[in-house]
Design a protein around this ligand. Structure first.
Ligand code: HEM
Length: 227
């Protein structure tokens, strides 16, 4: 699987959105290879195993969305901040579904999740390009492969799309329309070649931080590779 679903519009585009996608395609691919990710995509995880992923993602979105509150006032990063993207409340509802009212006690983080959160604290609060790099990597992913993963997780856990447990994947509005708008913002960002290169490098870092979480989860949970 991969980015075969590329839209014609994106493929013919030569703006920054297309440049960023092309420059990080290989990094994206490395995110699909862990046995945890395979099991996630195939709907083979138990609720307990799936919940360990959203535990790791909670501090990531918490940091990202605190950064968004700060960056909303930034002339370059501000337009990327849209209330409909925020995932924190959905994650809290999903965590409460899996762990009950005491879900905060279940937030036992892997070192990889702590590194990811620390990186966000370093680059997403006072560098517009760093904020956008991380914002793009998570939300465009949630709106892309994430929508397919959502259906597999729902099926695997026997949940409906509006049920607590899988609210994380549920966006108001059509994912494609949100993504098209987002890519237009990337194309419009006033970055020169050097800054574009820095943003691309930070997206690569973000992909690596994500991959480390699912690699660690494969080990922690002893997930078998696909048969
Ligand atoms: C096995 C897991 C995954 C699968 C099957 C998958 C699948 C896909 C697919 C099919 C697309 C293209 C959709 C389109 O053209 O509209 C896409 C785009 C994307 N994915 Fe994934 N993905 C996976 C994991 C991830 C992860 C872990 C991340 C990062 C946290 C991520 C981030 C992204 C981003 C940022 C895009 C948008 C690329 C762009 O158009 O600029 N994906 N994914």
């Amino acid at each position: 699987m991969g980015m075969a679903g590329d839209t014609a519009a994106a493929a013919g585009d030569t703006g920054f959105a297309a440049e960023l996608r092309a420059a990080t395609r290989g990094d994206h691919g490395e995110n699909e290879t862990s046995s945890y990710m395979s099991a996630l995509v195939e709907g083979r995880l138990s609720g307990e195993q799936y919940a360990r992923l959203i535990v790791q993602l909670y501090p990531v979105y918490d940091a990202l969305e605190r950064a968004a509150d700060v960056m909303a006032a930034d002339p370059v990063a501000g337009p990327f901040v849209q209330p409909g993207l925020a995932r924190r409340a959905a994650l809290e509802a999903d965590l409460a579904y899996f762990y009950g009212a005491g879900w905060r006690d279940a937030l036992v983080l892997l070192p990889a999740a702590e590194r990811y959160r620390d990186r966000l604290e370093e680059v997403a609060f006072d560098w517009a390009g760093g904020f956008v790099a991380h914002h793009y990597t998570r939300y465009l992913g949630d709106l892309s492969g994430g929508q397919y993963i959502a259906r597999q997780v729902q099926r695997g856990l026997g949940l409906g799309k509006d049920d607590p447990g899988v609210l994380f994947y549920r966006f108001e509005g059509k994912p494609k329309a949100i993504k098209d708008g987002y890519r237009a913002l990337l194309d419009a960002a006033p970055w020169n070649a050097a800054e574009r290169a820095r943003v691309i490098a930070e997206v690569k870092t973000a992909y690596r931080l994500n991959a480390q979480i699912t690699d660690d989860l494969s080990r922690e949970l002893h997930i078998e590779p696909a048969a």
